[in-house]
Write a protein that binds this ligand. Structure first.
Ligand code: MTE
Length: 355
């Protein structure tokens, strides 16, 4: 059984789409399962661990059919702390610039971090033996999205699939993976948008091209502002982009005048780390530096905090993260608006009523 916090922000009951109140993530390197966001395109399939099977096929020397017991017995277990973040995280701020009909208005908490245990996809692929011409690894699950009448699937490049950190995971924070997060077994692709971490995975296909599944070929693509979604159009989203958000205080809340702690997360993406987070009380004219924690793993967010002194009246707090290549965040949601509302990596900004 699984349950979520009573105060989850439930955007849709069916398919279930929910994020925690931002403050529930603040100051916690690992997210408890009850607060972990949940993003679904269809209903959860009912898969019994005892009968679940994974088919590995396509451009391989030896096709495999593996049970959960086979995964445990034939491969070494691996544990990885990794942050999952939906490409639609912070879409609500884009929708405030210009509406994005039919999309979930996600806030800044469509992101969570867990300790995942399973086996390396690389070890399973090595057992199957990728054949000449192999370049991508596609994942397929049985849940059907009513919007497109297709089961959920996606793919990642073979080089990423063979990199060791990509897991076929059966445990989350030391407990059996709950059905809401893809149990009995899901893919976890650290450093990539959450859409590539396919839940309830049943098929892994090694192939020459990326998956032609709707959620790879048409959705989760960054379109120019004036374009309509179409297969193959736009930039296919994969590796994560530098981002940050303010988790506490709550945007729009009333706080007491005086010292106030401001806390949030920042995430740099594969091979990079957060070098600095700045906070401004005057719309970006002057900045103070926040304290940034070390990440719990190379694949996880970095939490930050600082204390600012707020005078009574309306207040606006802006943050910006910098990575270790010197890159920083775009200045406004308007500057990154796109028709599907993905990758709002602009500087976060909250407004407070200070009394
Ligand atoms: N896998 C399946 N089978 N079906 C889905 O709808 N949603 C994807 C991904 N894997 C999805 C899926 C998306 S868009 C995200 S952001 C993550 O799962 C969310 O994982 P979570 O619900 O465990 O937080």
């Amino acid at each position: 059984m699984w349950s979520k916090r009573d105060d989850m922000v439930v955007h849709d009951k069916e398919p279930f789409n929910a994020e925690p109140p931002p403050g529930a993530l603040a100051g916690r390197p690992l997210t408890p399962v009850e607060a972990f966001y949940s993003r679904n395109h269809g209903s959860f399939p009912d898969l019994a661990p005892a009968t679940w099977q994974l088919r590995v096929d396509g451009l391989v020397d030896r096709g495999l059919v593996l049970s959960l017991a086979d995964l445990h017995q034939r491969f070494s277990p691996r544990t990885e702390v990794a942050t999952l973040v939906c490409a639609g995280n912070r879409r609500a701020e884009l929708m405030a610039v210009r509406d994005i009909p039919g999309q979930v208005p996600w806030g800044p908490a469509t992101i969570s971090t867990a300790e995942w245990t399973g086996v390396s996809l690389a070890d399973v692929l090595a057992a199957a033996g990728p054949a000449p011409g192999a370049a991508h690894v596609a994942f397929l699950a049985p849940d059907i999205s009513p919007a497109v009448d297709q089961p959920y699937g996606s793919s990642i490049p073979l080089t990423k699939a063979c990199s060791g950190e990509v897991l076929l995971a059966w445990e989350m924070n030391g407990e059996p993976l709950p059905p809401v997060h893809g149990g009995p077994v899901r893919v976890v692709v650290p450093g990539y948008i959450g859409a590539r971490s396919v839940k309830w995975v049943q098929q892994v296909t090694v192939q020459a091209e990326p998956s032609d599944n709707y959620f790879q070929a048409e959705d989760y693509r960054l379109l120019p502002p004036d374009a309509e979604p179409a297969p193959g159009r736009g930039i296919s989203l994969g590796p994560l982009v530098l981002t940050s958000a303010i988790l506490s205080p709550d945007d729009g809340s009333r706080v007491a005048a005086g010292p106030t702690e401001v806390a949030g997360y920042a995430l740099a993406g594969e091979g990079r780390s957060i070098a600095r987070v700045d906070v401004s009380l005057d719309g970006g004219r002057t900045w103070v530096q926040a304290a940034v924690e070390d990440p719990p793993s190379p694949w996880a967010w970095q939490l930050w905090r600082t204390t600012v002194v707020l005078p009574a009246g309306p207040a606006e707090i802006t943050a910006r993260a910098w990575d270790d290549t010197g890159a920083t965040q775009p200045d406004s949601p308007a500057s990154v608006w796109n028709p599907s509302g993905y990758d709002n990596t602009s500087r976060p900004c909250i407004r407070l009523d200070v009394r």
